[in-house]
Design a protein around this ligand. Structure first.
Ligand code: RIB
Length: 300
């Protein structure tokens, strides 16, 4: 049986208001266009991976409200395997309030709701042997993520963690992470005592992480692993909406690692092309098809 990709994580509905600039604390700002999109770091990664590698499953939790029902219908229409998505009767489906400024930059506030009802017991119920790669983020309870990483690693999966929203990570968790993908701010927040991203990455390697990929927005990314430090630029595209760009990078990296048999540098190039295309369209899940990604990355 061919092993699949799995993303464990959040699903939110994104309420996005475009504005001239990000408002200051205490300020009311008249914005412009309002849009509602499907989002959540987990779902964004899952849909990105599914767009580039068809055998992808998503494990999450949503409410029994209309937002949750609509979201699940949408994921089904994308032919996503949602057999591991549970519904919670008490909590609402996750919601994210987003302000997007004219340069495409954003601020996000999340009401996690049902996302936090995904528990370690839900991880124990997953047969991780069915999966080659598993990705997590931190809009899910930390204990659940720690349990999932442990079980996925035990089953021989390649594990990926996006430490966002950033919080301190327990050392015991780090040895179960093959790929850690913080941005340049998050890498300084997940452990104490560092003001240099590269030094922070090297310290994470000492604690058992195999590869750190620091995402640098429009500047690209940097891979730090036992072989050294490698920098990657982006591809030039129009920057319209950066919401979900990092998630697109992670989901596409997972698909790329699978497609290129673990060749990390090629997978990063593939993921960079996917994310460069994603920022040129509105919405956290506006991903381009495989043929466009391959063309931009000049890959087969
Ligand atoms: O990373 C972007 C995502 O963060 C948005 O889709 C929003 O839902 C929040 O989870």
């Amino acid at each position: 049986m061919q092993k699949k990709l799995l993303v464990v994580g959040s699903m939110n509905v994104d309420m996005v208001v475009k504005a001239e600039r990000i408002p200051a604390p205490g300020e009311t700002l008249l914005g412009g266009v309002f849009n509602q999109f499907y989002g959540g770091k987990g779902a964004n990664q899952a849909v990105a991976a599914k767009t580039l590698f068809s055998q992808t499953s998503f494990c999450a939790a949503c409410g029994t409200d209309a937002i949750g029902s609509d979201y699940l219908k949408y994921l089904k229409s994308k032919k996503m395997d949602i057999s591991l998505v549970k519904r919670d009767k008490k909590e609402h489906t996750g919601v994210a309030l987003i302000t997007l400024d004219k340069s495409g930059e954003n601020v996000i506030t999340v009401a996690a709701g049902a996302n936090l009802t995904l528990k370690p017991a839900d991880m124990k119920a997953i047969d991780f042997n069915k999966f080659s790669h598993v990705a997590f983020q931190l809009e899910t309870d930390l204990k659940t993520v720690a349990e999932g990483l442990k079980l996925a690693k035990k089953a021989g999966c390649t594990t990926i963690l996006t430490p966002a929203p950033a919080q301190k990570l327990p050392q015991a968790m780090l040895k179960n992470v093959d790929f850690l993908l913080p941005n340049q701010h998050e890498i300084l927040l997940i452990q104490d005592g560092f003001d240099c991203p590269v030094k922070a990455a090297e310290n994470l390697l000492k604690q058992g992480v195999k590869n750190v990929i620091i995402t640098l927005g429009a500047k690209g990314s940097m891979l730090v692993n036992a072989d050294g430090k490698f920098e990657f630029g982006t591809f030039k595209t129009k920057r319209v909406d950066t919401v979900g760009a990092g998630d697109c990078f992670t989901g596409s990296l997972m698909a790329g690692l699978r497609r290129y048999n673990g060749d990390v540098q090629t997978a990063i190039k593939f993921a960079t092309a996917a994310a460069s295309l994603a920022v040129s369209k509105m919405g956290a899940q506006s991903f381009s098809p495989l043929k466009d990604v391959l063309k931009l990355a000049k890959l087969k």
